[in-house]
Write a protein that binds this ligand. Sequence first.
Ligand SMILES: Nc1nc2c(ncn2[C@@H]2O[C@H](COP(=O)(O)OP(=O)(O)OP(=O)(O)O)[C@@H](O)[C@H]2O)c(=O)[nH]1
Ligand SMILES: [Mg+2]
Length: 253
Amino acid sequence: MSRKKAVKGKNSSPTAGSPTGKPKGKTGKSTTGTGSVVQTNGMVHPSRPPLSNSSEFYDIAFKVMLVGDSGVGKTCLLVRFKDGAFLAGSFISTVGIDFRNKVLNFDGVKVKLQIWDTAGQERFRSVTHAYYRDAHALLLLYDVTNKTSFDNIKAWLTEIHEYAQQDAVLMLLGNKADATQERVVKREDGERLAKEFGVPYMETSAKSGLNVELAFTAVAKELKHRSMKEPNEPKFKLQDYVNKEMKSAGCAC
Ligand SMILES: Nc1nc2c(ncn2[C@@H]2O[C@H](COP(=O)(O)OP(=O)(O)OP(=O)(O)O)[C@@H](O)[C@H]2O)c(=O)[nH]1
Ligand SMILES: [Mg+2]
């Protein structure tokens, strides 16, 4: 299935957001792969780079958004995925919104993910709302050591349903699974909530790296499948894929 979306904003290119509208092997001139926010008069105005704005070769491109309460580990999850490192030490809360690019290769098809790391703090909510419509996928995080972040998931889902595209891929992640001593949200509770809302789910750890690659890979595969699927090809089942991959990795999580 081809997903065509108009990406709004003055920096958008005509092909941005349209995976199939992108010439194969195109390479752009600009960015380092790290986005930034511009602050004027105390207001945060994030730059909105087009999907095609990249120095890397790719075939199709998608926007993925990380959302969830402040402190759940969105930035750490992205840094772990992009750089394979964990941001230990003092917690630096994201201001406004930021992005990083990563290109994955599935059977010779280069899939570029432009991953938007949003600020979980309430005061930036109106800024992040503007980005939901462009997102092809959303990773919604809570922190297994923070009950409030789990309780807020329903409110986040309401927000997603209000602002995001109806067919956007959505996955719920219970992060900080490494913190066994501090855990207050059981895995079964996460599973139950995900089931209630019909959303794929798994636990992750930006610290240990548990399932981080898998979370992004699963979403990228789903998006690629939708965009390149042959008419008779069966649907990609994200939760089944994730379960299978976790099983084959011998994951007891
Ligand atoms: N134990 C553990 N700590 C983590 C993990 N992920 C993040 N943290 C810690 O949690 C704190 C918050 O992480 P961030 O990634 O900055 O949180 P965030 O969701 O981006 O927060 P905002 O930018 O305010 O929305 C930091 O002190 C991290 O070191 C994890 O998987 N395990
Ligand atoms: Mg952050």
